[in-house]
Design a protein around this ligand. Structure first.
Ligand code: CTP
Ligand code: CA
Length: 227
């Protein structure tokens, strides 16, 4: 367990969190999505609120309920999520916990696609905007602290280090989702915090505890502490 008793508060800070999956329509009744419950992102939003921050949660269609005391903007697709995030700037810090679909269907059908004798349809995919990278490279509206997530099944820290540099964010919370550790959708999370200074291995903990610890680290960073 973490010692966070003396954590500085986030009073007066504006914090943005993305959470949950995105759904990318194929037609009015079908979609492409990532596996994501929204538990970790929603827990971070709740922890930031409990620490006194003004919190904006941009949530995809998550399984968990909206946290209390937080402004929630619901988005379905990656493009809608990006628009909601951009409208919410400026913020002091942003945490990108959403499992954004990397691709969407190039031209989703307005009508339900029917089975025909012609066989199965072919879906053409196009890449979605990278919300984290877009915000991390925003000129004047870039938040002071930009935190990304990386769910990996192997070489967790190496991939996270690359991702931190590629995306231009300050920190990556590298999430070990290999079968022997954090089961996707479960309540326990095993993470490593990758910063410019190096890598911290955090003990396996509940998603609520990981959220509180991350919020405490963010508060210290925003307060200008070396840590
Ligand atoms: N992310 C985002 N917008 C996207 C894709 C990812 O904001 N279109 C964010 C996620 O919320 C997360 C981080 O980027 O904070 C890393 O997401 P991840 O899927 O691990 O990275 P990718 O660059 O998509 O790489 P890959 O899926 O190939 O590992
Ligand atoms: Ca991805």
């Amino acid at each position: 367990h973490f010692g966070i008793a003396e954590a500085p508060l986030l009073k007066g800070r504006r914090i943005l969190v993305t959470s949950g999956p995105t759904h990318e329509p194929i037609d009015p009744v079908r979609y492409i999505a990532n596996r994501s419950s929204g538990k970790q992102g929603h827990a971070i939003a709740a922890a930031a609120r409990a620490a006194g921050a003004e919190v904006i949660l941009v949530s995809g269609p998550a399984e968990v309920a909206d946290p209390k005391g937080v402004k929630v903007i619901h988005a379905e697709t990656a493009q809608q999520m990006l628009a909601a995030v951009e409208e919410s700037l400026p913020v002091d810090a942003a945490v990108f916990a959403a499992a954004v679909a990397d691709w969407r269907v190039a031209d989703a059908s307005d009508q339900k696609i029917k089975k025909t004798a012609g066989g199965a349809p072919t879906l053409t995919l196009v890449e979605n905007p990278d919300i984290l990278a877009t915000i991390a490279r925003h000129g004047t509206l870039r938040p002071r602290l930009v935190v990304g997530f990386a769910a990996e099944t192997q070489e967790v820290v190496a991939h996270a280090r690359d991702k931190r540099l590629r995306k231009g964010c300050d920190w990556i919370v590298a999430n070990d989702v290999s079968p022997e550790t954090g089961i996707m959708g479960g309540d326990v999370n095993t993470v490593h915090l990758v910063t410019a200074a190096g890598v911290e291995d955090w003990p396996s903990a509940s998603k609520a505890e990981v959220a509180r610890h991350l919020v405490a680290r963010m508060a210290a960073e925003l307060a200008g502490e070396a840590r």
